[in-house]
Design a protein around this ligand. Structure first.
Ligand code: SAM
Length: 273
């Protein structure tokens, strides 16, 4: 997968050299590039913002600078082969249709615009984005990016635009959101996690639950013992205990998730907590 992050603070993204994402980049599993938006300015002060039409506080990022930058990074000809080589965006996606269907599917390019007024970024969104060929993250600053940028690229048959929010609070810029999106998506790419089984029972996965509590050595710490079943060696009992704990934890902390469970996500031994 190719990921491009556009920002006026490239150093903010230095953390993407670390840990599993950094390793994925070095191993060639992820082609991640961070660009300084100011490289597309032409004035002496490298200006990317201006006062808002209609008045009011703060500054707004200019669409013409964003347009030049996005045109350049979205024009990337060659993209890494998609994981699993699924058709771009599905058969009914305009990008596939524009390229003539399954034989030569167009790359699926997604322009992500972090904004507190966007759709909530969830694990399901991360899973969907992990199937894209190119993600472009446009990190806003000040009062945000001129609204015509999302409108313009949203009208393009070759780009999907997603305005996403991390949650109901306001950050100073989109860089933290970009870090979150890149990490959540990258760990879903084949080969990025050392043990892909780690993904199976995780919170917000296919089970629709939070994960059960986890423990390691020592067996007694601060007077607290590890639940006996976990040292019993009885795999069936361990699995049942974990399932029960996941249900209890989810019911207590996120009753909305329990209410949203499909009947097929429950097994016959599940009890209402
Ligand atoms: N004036 C905007 C509003 O009230 O909706 C907030 C702009 S915020 C100060 C500057 C930038 O931070 C946004 O353009 C966006 O890139 C990022 N940002 C702030 N909060 C965010 C959130 N909850 N989720 C995603 N991005 C966020």
């Amino acid at each position: 997968m190719r990921i491009d992050v556009l920002t006026i603070f490239p150093a903010y993204l230095d953390a993407l050299d670390l840990s599993l994402v950094g390793k994925a980049r070095r191993d060639g599993l992820l082609d991640l590039r961070v660009h300084d938006l100011r490289d597309w300015t032409t004035d002496r002060h490298r200006t990317v913002d201006d006062t808002p039409f209609g008045g009011g506080a703060g500054m707004v990022m200019r669409p013409d600078i964003w347009g030049k930058a996005l045109d350049d990074v979205l024009a990337t000809e060659s993209l890494p082969a998609p994981a699993g080589a699924t058709p771009a965006g599905g058969l009914d996606h305009p990008a596939s249709a524009a390229a003539g269907g399954l034989d030569h599917p167009a790359p699926r390019r997604v322009l992500l615009v972090p904004t507190p007024s966007g759709d909530r970024f969830t694990q399901a969104v991360a899973e969907d984005l992990a199937g894209a060929d190119q993600l472009v993250l446009a990190c806003g600053r000040y009062e945000g990016i001129d609204a015509r940028v999302a409108e313009h690229y949203g009208a393009s048959p070759s780009v999907e635009v997603r305005e996403v929010s991390l949650g109901d609070y306001v950050l100073n810029g989109g860089e933290v959101a970009a870090l979150v999106v890149v990490e959540a998506v990258a760990r879903l790419l084949p080969g990025v996690l050392g043990n892909p089984d780690s993904l199976v029972e995780e919170s917000h996965g296919a089970a629709g639950l939070l994960e059960y509590p986890v423990y390691t050595k020592p067996p007694v710490w601060a007077g607290l013992e590890v639940p006996e079943v976990l040292t019993s060696g009885h795999h069936g009992k361990v699995a049942r205990w974990r399932r029960d704990q996941a249900l209890v934890r989810t019911a207590r902390r996120r009753p909305d998730m329990v209410a949203a469970l499909d009947p097929h996500q429950l097994d016959r031994a599940d009890r209402v907590v």
